[in-house]
Design a protein around this ligand. Structure first.
Ligand code: ATP
Ligand code: MG
Length: 420
């Protein structure tokens, strides 16, 4: 039996530096996305199972193997979200937001997938991402990719990542390609991996994404998607590429890039890095023109991306990317003796009300209190002893120079704001 003091396999506690980095990633992404006009939305962590099962496609890895699905006490089938897009589209429809287009949302929060845990692959992980609903022009694709590039740039990762893009064409292109692909793979059925054989009739596009060695050669010789594109699909992709060129966003066209979920059309993209080993995709996205309608809403096209916060954080650590602001507390208040505790508490209280970060340290040994001040990164110590109390004074110590002076209690704030 698992030890009840350990976190569940594939989950972890976030604290200290890891938590700070995590928050920094989310805050930076939120702030950058806001610059593009994306507003934060927080859908529930779980939904009726159909929300995911119907939309992601029953043959997608996520639905067939990875969802946390259970019946609640009322007998309703519930699924913990494995991703946000379906939830956001559901919320977009159920809140009647379909009249205010484009609808541009940013999100950040946990997602759940029952996967084999390893570096960069967890069972509870966190995603940040954006979705634009009512994105009916190719320039929306460009802007959405630009926003992903901007987040990566702000995190100091842009030099360490590569953008791959592809087009899956429109529905007509996809249908034609699907047929061509099924007939090609049928001819090579005996050499395909078991997993790919299973996908052959249900979801042949996913075979292109196969990581199985035995499939690689067959996939490499498979017909190109582009050969089935309608003129509209071709023109759309050309406009996206032109837009990226204009913004000087470098990319590679990867004709074999397909995304794991069933709902994608036209543009799909992934940012990968070589600093993370096997889990090398940090951010991925694509267009999903049929999804809103498939979920019972009007025919409204959409596009978005999601990034794994843990993978971004790991990549930042590997590359020593952006410096994460610390949590230094600049002022410590140290009562020297029991009688000074209340005065010290109220001094700290007043400083905080003025927006100064202040922490009280009580220790019998003042030397030890000073050591603790050091680990907090404090610059100023306010020492309050019995004598000082009687006279309404404080001792102010500059912790970098070691100099100290006695000041009136009510002059403290002026001093502190000058020094800190
Ligand atoms: P992968 O091919 O690595 O399984 P995916 O295609 O399943 O990724 P998406 O559904 O596109 O991933 O999710 C978007 C991003 O979320 C991924 O690029 C990755 O950064 C992150 N992610 C996905 N699954 C996990 C996981 N189990 N643990 C940590 N991060 C994850
Ligand atoms: Mg996956």
């Amino acid at each position: 039996m698992a030890n009840q003091l350990n976190p569940v396999r594939g989950t972890h506690d976030l604290f200290g530096e890891a938590q700070r980095l995590h928050r920094y990633v989310c805050d930076t992404a939120r702030e950058r996305a806001a610059c593009f006009g994306y507003e934060e939305v927080s859908p529930p962590i779980f939904e009726l199972s159909e929300v995911f099962h119907r939309t992601l496609g029953d043959t997608s890895d996520v639905v067939s193997k990875e969802t946390y699905t259970f019946d609640d006490r009322g007998g309703e089938s519930i699924t913990l979200r494995p991703e946000f897009t379906a939830s956001i589209v559901r919320g977009f429809i159920s809140n009647g937001l379909t009249q205010q287009l484009p609808y541009k949302s940013f999100y950040a929060g946990p997602a759940f997938r029952y996967e084999r845990p390893q570096k960069g692959r967890l069972r509870q992980f966190h995603q940040i991402g954006i979705e634009v609903l009512g994105a009916d022009q190719p320039w929306h694709d460009v802007e959405v990719i630009d926003c992903s590039a901007e987040v990566l740039r702000a995190l100091g990762l842009l030099e360490h990542v590569t953008l791959e893009i592809n087009s899956l064409g429109d529905v007509a292109s996809r249908t034609a390609y699907r047929e061509m692909l099924v007939s090609y793979f049928r001819d090579h059925k005996d050499s395909l991996s078991e997993e790919s054989r299973e996908r052959l009739e249900r979801n042949p596009l996913r075979i292109l994404d196969s990581k199985q060695e035995s499939d690689r050669q067959i996939v490499a010789d498979a017909p190109d998607m582009q050969s089935c594109f309608t003129d509209e699909a071709k023109a759309w992709f050309e406009k996206v590429k032109l837009g990226l060129d204009a913004l000087q966003i470098s990319y590679m066209v990867s004709p074999r890039l397909v995304r794991g979920l069933d709902y994608y059309t036209h543009t799909v993209f992934e940012w990968t890095t070589d600093v993370l080993g096997a889990q090398n995709t940090v951010l991925a996205g694509g267009r999903y023109d049929g999804l809103v309608q498939q979920m019972g809403g009007p025919d409204i096209p959409g596009i978005g991306w999601a990034a794994g916060v843990e993978r971004l954080s790991l990549a930042m650590q590997e590359c020593h990317a952006a410096a994460v602001p610390g949590t230094a507390v600049p002022v410590v208040v140290v009562p020297m003796g029991e009688a000074a505790v209340i005065t010290a508490l109220s001094v700290a209280h007043q400083l905080r009300q003025q927006g100064v970060r202040a922490e009280m340290i009580q220790h019998k040994n003042v030397g030890k209190a000073m050591k603790k001040a050091d680990t907090l990164g404090a610059q100023i110590a306010v020492l309050i002893g019995d004598d000082e109390m009687k006279q309404g004074l404080l001792t102010l110590k500059d912790l970098s120079s070691g100099t100290q002076e006695s000041i009136a209690q009510d002059a403290l704030l002026g001093y502190v704001t000058q020094m800190a």
